[in-house]
Write a new protein. Sequence first.
Length: 507
Amino acid sequence: MKIWPIIILGLGVAGTGARYQERKDLSAQQGETKVEVTAVARDLDQPWELVWGPDRHIWFTEHAGKISRLNPETGKKEVLISIKDVLRLTTPGLMGLALHPDFRKNPYVFTDYTFRRDSTHNGLRLVRYTYRNGGLHDPKVLLEMPASRGHSGSRLVISPDRKLMFATGDAAVLTNAQSLSSLAGKVLRLNLDGSVPADNPIKGSYVWSWGHRNPQGLVYGKNGLLYSAEHGDAVEDELNLIEPLQNYGWPKVEGFCDQPKEAAFCDSVKITPPIKAWTPVIAPAGIDYYAADAIPEWKHSILLVTLKDADLRVLKLDPSGKKITGETIYFDKQYGRLRDLCISPEGDVYLSTSNRDWNPGPGFPVDGDDRIIRVRKKKTGVLLASLSGMATSPVSLNDPAGKKLYVQYCASCHKEDGKGIEGVFPALSGSPVVTGAKARLVQVLLQGISEDSETFKKAYDQPMPSFGFLPDSEIADIGTYIRTGLGNEKDRILVRDIVPLRQDMKK
């Protein structure tokens, strides 16, 4: 089978972990490593998780229900199973994947997916299959739990002591993550037969840690440290160091305890902060640990791919592995949304695109999506860290403040042109919420739209987070940009339009 070359280009950008991070033109230190970037598979149906197998193949899930293995040198793909009862919606579907560490003696494949429990309820199912004769057989259900239309998580990884770690989302129910009686919003620890380990920190419970919103990445690094990448709401996407009996805060705390309401909760409950957080959010997805020598600039780093920002991030760890000392960004928006990655023992990095999912970015999908892309060291190629800057940024220094804020906080859903996605995210052009009384738009920006609101039930498929954490001046800038642009020609929103409505919220 043919292997398809694609454009080679690197991008380096420095980052911070502040609550508000403005994107700027920054350059990275130019490295010495030269790489080639090649597509080794194409025309896939939203690959969700990639695992490097003991057979030197990439094992991967596709969101609609297929598990396959791919020879990255020839491009040959072999479908191992199509799971018929997978429920695929926006984010729910076939997700995590893990292989038994002693695969030749115990050819077990672990996966999880959402399914329809009955006419009104969904579930999340964790299953173990046996690999035999080129297929997956003998499904054994290890765990089932309630699920929703979103926030299912999820990732799987097997620990050094051969336990199955299972990161779950909060199932879009705010109370789940803090409740130890719910398995949602947790990192769970299971024996490989699905039983509860006798040495779990809570006797008789799978729960290892809690307070998680929607984990999208899970990996072990050096010294047995477990890391998780997690979606925030409107602020504070997180990279967490997962430890037993730790509470990571959601929904009471997002990121760090740096807001008045959060501080009050943290005074009475011990919260474990992230080792890295991003605002505006970047939609972090899969992560892996880079231990190879092939690309020395990346050694002892967490590699993270993102959906919203559509890039690969290299998060350099300190010697202890417990702190992030630097962040470099590559391939910014070159290949669209990136969902997961895996690393070969030699240090080749494989990235999967997610451009045929429910929320594609501008200009995608392109011909050949979705793809698995290899980044490999070569004697001749291009320098890994180029100085190409933010050439693909959708805003410029001359744009109004409202446009910059809109792109940072709103465009991932409503899109840069304000047209949204039919049936999922409403268009803002001509929207009665936008073009009607200013107070209505301000209320939505300040309060968001919850799933239990009448507005959501009548018109929306996705809830909207509150942007009340932004100062009045920035709410006014965003509202003005939406009302005066994106096909609308209404009057501006001023700070004096916001003050009384924010005061009403506090009553």
